[in-house]
Design a protein around this ligand. Sequence first.
Ligand code: SF4
Ligand code: SF4
Length: 252
Amino acid sequence: MTKTWYPVIDYLLCTECGTCVSKCPHGVYDTTKAPSPVVKDPEACIEHCHGCGNRCPAGAITYVGEDTGWTPPNGSPEVAQSGCSCANSDSSDKKALVEYLYLDLQTCDRCIGTDNVLDEVMMVITPGLQLAGYKVEYNKIKIATEELAKKFKFLSSPTIRVNGQDVCVSVKENSCGCCSDISGTDVDCRVFEYNGESYEVPPKEMLAEAILKTVFGPEESGCSCGAYQLPENLKRFFDGKNSKCSCGGNCC
Ligand code: SF4
Ligand code: SF4
């Protein structure tokens, strides 16, 4: 049977960073051609996985068979323009918009761990949501600068929003060694509270429950559209990061 789900690369957009080749755990890409992305085994690609597309910084990956409403996160005009998913959501639509906002996916164990857990959860629940008639969109947004933090009303890293609502009801944080190293200053990051325990990387069941409850539950007003002030903790992070690197926060 011909495979109907596999990645397609737009080589005009691709910057040959090699991320997709190195991150796919299923051998879809030809690693001998890295960093160029060459799809060598489309049969091995997992139906409805967007793992490489979600990581591609150029928005260069789409999928044959795409029927989820997903768009490349780094090429999504919807995300780029608004900063708040509430402005984009139409309550008359059956839509599940999941957004992952983070500071760093190179060094920070907490962001990387949460990213991996969220990928797994989305891979499992997306078919069920689609079966229930929901259009599923999953975007990842790197909060690389203070300006982006303000634009997305970012309160704590990492943040997971479902249809604009933070899956955590409040911000709880503890010291984050990785982000402290990145910025050269003391920085706190998010801890996730679930069933009386605190987790630096949320358990799968917590995220699955939070996402499904938000999608299927009554609409709440916990969106990120309200007044916003950059938390002192994040200001310290960006100031520290910028003082360590002249890129203005864009390369690191
Ligand atoms: S969609 Fe998933 S399985 Fe398919 S190539 Fe990308 S990372 Fe690999
Ligand atoms: S992740 Fe995107 S930009 Fe990087 S090599 Fe793959 S397709 Fe090209």
